[in-house]
Design a protein around this ligand. Structure first.
Ligand code: UD1
Ligand code: PEP
Length: 442
């Protein structure tokens, strides 16, 4: 049995939501706890599926994970870390990309790791070649096994001079989580510098790591023999914050996002202002609202930090369907992140996809036959439709389109949205959305 969400559109979302720790940091900080010789405490942990998946994987490896029922804080005790069977690991890996980050910590603590084939959003091919290349440079031996890879370090792990072909977030985290306890110095050039990476570095520094971040995307790590635990409050989820901001714009609403942090949303806020969204920042969060009148079209390119984050793109495209005129969006991070626009077109949006790079940000997809640029003409009157959620952000985007549409929409596959949006149904109801949940035979 699956869930069917019925959405009666046309009501502005109004009120307050609380955004907690970032999906793109919390599970990684949980993995970092494996590197310590003492328990760690992680605060501001959201109730999302990716946290459940990592909790199960850590428990399978002998890590004691205890949740404080009042605060939700997690205590992670790695004292009894052990190997786990590949079949069990596979069964618990879920739809997440985090298992690949267990490589370094498990090799340091038990000498080997089985990494299942990864989940995550199907928004491109998402290879793990950078991860495997850097791990081999550290001295790891990688073997393909049914359902995943086995990785070991028979001669130990040593520091390395590394350069990423593209500033991959995951591969940068792979380097950090491996280099901190490798013997000697690691220098990584071409590193990703997203706020979640800085927060992971803060976690590792609390544990005793020595990490320097230079202004030219170079990260230098001096390996240490042992690390202790940490006590850390995770940075708030900037991607969830941006999603609620887009929801306010699309539904002509007014949403105060408690926990939203201006510093990590600079590029988003600039774009929001240019298209006609209003916002007001205070110490606890940011209020986002539709400023009245018509929204303005925009030329936008996604990019690595400090550029416009790819995970903000999908909800913002829904807002651009409501702008008066032609907008152009060039997606340069993932080759296949516009699949969700099919449903928007069925709802009445005018969106054409192109293989060419419609922009100037250097992009790996231009000559490779990927529909990675979108031309959006608005404003469109959206109509309710039947929708099956394709991926996390695409799913949230469909929800806000349906909430703004005339008539009723029915949405299946909403479970995916739990990967990154804590209690999104409760939050939508609290904002006045007219929605009902029922069971379907799917
Ligand atoms: C759990 C998590 O934190 N997910 C985020 C993380 O994903 P993730 O860490 O998977 O994203 P990456 O930054 O690694 O990917 C960026 C690009 O590099 C490519 N690539 C990556 C690794 C590799 O070995 N080979 C390769 O070619 C990918 O296919 C993609 O085109 O950063 C992305 C970019 O900010 C975000 O959209 C995701 O929300
Ligand atoms: C692409 C995303 O996540 P993941 O890397 O977990 O699939 C996302 O959060 O939008």
């Amino acid at each position: 049995m699956g869930k069917l969400l019925t959405i009666h559109g046309g009501k502005p979302l109004q009120g307050r939501v609380h955004v907690r720790g970032a999906k793109n940091l919390v599970p990684k900080a949980m993995v970092a706890a494996l590197l310590g010789d003492r328990p760690s405490v992680l605060r501001n942990v959201p109730e999302i599926k990716d946290v459940d998946v990592v909790t199960s994987l850590l428990q399978l490896h002998g890590v004691k994970v205890t949740k404080d029922e009042d605060t939700g804080d997690l205590t992670l005790d790695p004292a009894d870390t052990k190997s786990a069977g590949s079949t069990e690991i596979d069964a618990h890996a879920g739809d997440s990309r985090i298992p690949i980050l267990f490589c370094g910590p498990l090799m340091h603590s038990i000498g080997e790791a089985f990494i299942p084939d990864l989940g995550g959003c199907k928004i491109g091919d998402r290879p793990i070649d950078y991860h495997l290349t850097v791990l081999r440079h550290f001295g790891a031996v990688v073997e393909k096994r049914p359902g995943g890879i086995h990785i070991s370090a028979p001669k130990g792990l040593h520091g390395a001079k590394l350069e990423l072909p593209y500033p991959s977030v995951g591969a940068t985290e792979q380097v950090l989580l491996t280099a901190v306890r490798a013997e000697g110095i690691t220098e990584l050039q071409g590193a990703a510098v997203e706020p979640e990476i800085h927060d992971l570095i803060a976690v590792l520094q609390k544990m005793g790591a020595i990490i320097t971040v230079q202004t030219d995307r170079t990260i230098r790590i001096e390996g240490v023999k042992t690390l202790s635990g940490y006590n850390h409050r995770a940075i708030p989820d900037r991607n969830e914050s941006a999603s609620w901001a887009s929801a306010a714009l699309v539904t002509k609403g007014d949403i105060y996002v408690e926990g939203a942090m201006q510093r990590d949303l600079t590029a988003f806020l600039n774009t929001y202002r240019k298209i006609g969204g209003e916002f007001e920042v205070d110490d606890e969060g940011i209020r986002f609202w539709h400023g009245g009148g018509t929204l303005r079209p925009l030329v936008l390119e996604t990019d690595v930090h400090p550029g416009f984050m790819t995970d903000w793109q999908q909800p913002l495209v829904v807002a651009l369907t409501q702008a008066e005129g032609v907008s152009i969006v060039h997606e340069t991070v993932y080759e296949n992140r516009f699949g969700f626009t099919d449903a928007l077109v069925r709802m009445g949006a005018s969106i054409q996809l192109h293989r060419e790079c419609l922009g100037s940000v250097p992009c790996r997809f231009g000559q490779r036959n990927f529909l990675h640029s979108a031309v959006i003409s608005g404003p469109a009157i959206l109509q309710g439709a039947q929708i099956d959620v394709p991926d996390l952000r695409g799913g949230f985007s469909h929800l806000i389109a349906a909430l703004a549409a005339e008539g009723t929409s029915t949405v299946t596959g909403i479970e995916i949205i739990n990967r990154g949006y804590e209690k999104f149904m409760d939050k939508l109801t609290g904002l006045g959305a007219d929605i009902e949940l029922s069971e379907t035979a799917r």
